[in-house]
Design a protein around this ligand. Structure first.
Ligand SMILES: [Zn+2]
Length: 412
């Protein structure tokens, strides 16, 4: 995701949005050093290339309305032959929904090497863990629960993900992904402790930042005009004493929430200081009554929220399809605080649906298109061309003249 010609200021991560303003919201977060990715919500994902889907290691689902979860079986279809497990996080009740989704298929040909879907149902005070093993036909079993301490639900060396529960006339999760602090030393603190920079800092990084902090490290200390080496037996404490203060980048994702006092209070506590806020804005202000009835946000709500949170970037999402010809009104009504830049999505990123007219002719013996193509492969390619033509005709599309391959690159 880029702002103007610049990349967003993330160190390890690269956010992308695979849904347009009117499509299902779909935030993809690539963790560059790992070559892995996280996915926030999983509505329509059929347009995602397999090479986009394969690196996904964890999926964070806000709630089980169709436009946020219907892509899960597609994800399973891409992953099933891989032995690598897939973690899915969701709100209370998600396990039953996933069991119904996966139980709607026959798995009699499942193989012992298929992956296991590990489901984590996030409650206010605990997390329930389920396993849906492919070799056992994705039949889920609860493996137990653990008390929930703090907001964190997932973490790796580069990133952690936190969750809060909000109200959408059912429990809905909001997520916050925080980049982990990287190893940085404050030269002034180093000097104040009488230490001299050198190779030993590399050693300290290995021991502290990479999790081997229990072993002592040899530091270089100033000694008159020269220096001497001496052991420091608590590398973690040493690092805390000399590290530089830094703020790390973070992404917040909130969708489908009512503008209630409780929700606003939770969002204010949870989403402060974000680099990028990806937030639902389903309704324009004139339709505030619809928003209040369905527990969604309006442009006015998002203005108030952005004013209180002051994120550096704001990505409005999930606009109601009823505004197909008025999407520009969204940006007229949004007035972010000074210092917050709005990122704009095209109306659609999902390719246009194919109609009968686009395939008409392929099954006509001796018809025009039948004569043009001599074999099945050529026919397949021609169908693709036809679909691209349909897309070209829709000027609302983000990259009308490009193939899906090019399109994916441009979004990333
Ligand atoms: Zn919803």
């Amino acid at each position: 995701m880029v702002s103007g010609n610049h990349r967003l200021p993330f160190r390890y991560c690269e956010p992308a949005c695979f849904g347009g303003l009117l499509d299902d919201p779909l935030i993809f977060l690539r963790i560059r050093p790992m070559g892995r990715a996280l996915l926030f919500d999983c509505g329509q994902i059929a347009h995602l290339a397999k090479r986009v889907v394969k690196p996904i290691v964890a999926v964070f689902i806000t709630h089980a309305h169709m436009d946020h979860i219907m892509g899960l079986p597609t994800l399973v279809r891409h992953h099933h032959a891989s032995p690598r497990p897939l973690d899915v996080f969701g709100p209370p009740g998600i396990a039953e929904r996933v069991q119904h989704l996966l139980g709607g298929y026959d798995w009699n040909l499942a193989e012992p090497t298929w992956f296991t879907l590990r489901l984590h149902e996030v409650h206010a005070d605990r997390i329930l863990h389920y396993r849906f093993p492919g070799p056992d036909r994705f039949i889920g079993t609860c493996e137990g629960e653990e008390p929930r301490i703090g907001r964190e639900i997932w973490a790796c060396r580069y990133l952690s993900v936190e969750a809060e529960i909000l109200d959408h006339k059912l429990p809905v999760l909001a997520f916050r992904a925080n980049e982990q602090p990287h190893f940085t030393i404050d030269p002034a603190k180093l000097e104040a402790h009488g230490l001299v920079a050198g190779e030993w800092l590399r050693d300290l990084k290995t021991r502290v930042w990479k999790g081997h902090g229990q072993h002592e490290v040899l530091v270089t200390r100033r000694d008159g005009e020269g220096s001497r080496e001496e052991p420091a037996d608590d590398p973690t404490a040493l690092y805390e004493a000399i590290r530089a203060q830094e703020t790390t980048a973070s992404l917040g994702y909130v969708t489908d929430v009512g503008w209630t006092r409780e929700n606003v209070a939770v969002m204010e506590r949870f989403m402060g200081g974000l680099t990028l806020l990806c937030a639902e804005c389903t309704f324009l202000e004139a339709d505030v009554h619809k928003a209040r009835a369905s527990y969604h946000l309006t442009t006015g709500d998002l203005n108030r929220l952005a004013g209180r949170l002051a994120p550096r970037y704001l990505l409005p999402l999930h606009l109601s399809k009823s505004y197909l010809r008025r999407t520009v009104d969204l940006y007229h009504e949004l007035q972010p605080p000074q210092g917050t830049e709005i990122l704009r999505l095209p109306k659609h990123i999902v390719p246009a649906p194919v109609g009968v007219a686009d395939v008409d002719g392929w099954l006509r013996p001796g018809g025009r298109k039948g004569r043009e193509t001599g074999d099945a492969t050529a026919t397949d390619r021609s169908v693709d061309t036809s679909a691209t033509t349909v897309e070209n005709s829709n000027q609302d599309r983000c990259n009308p003249s490009k193939t899906s391959h090019d399109k994916e690159r441009s979004i990333l």
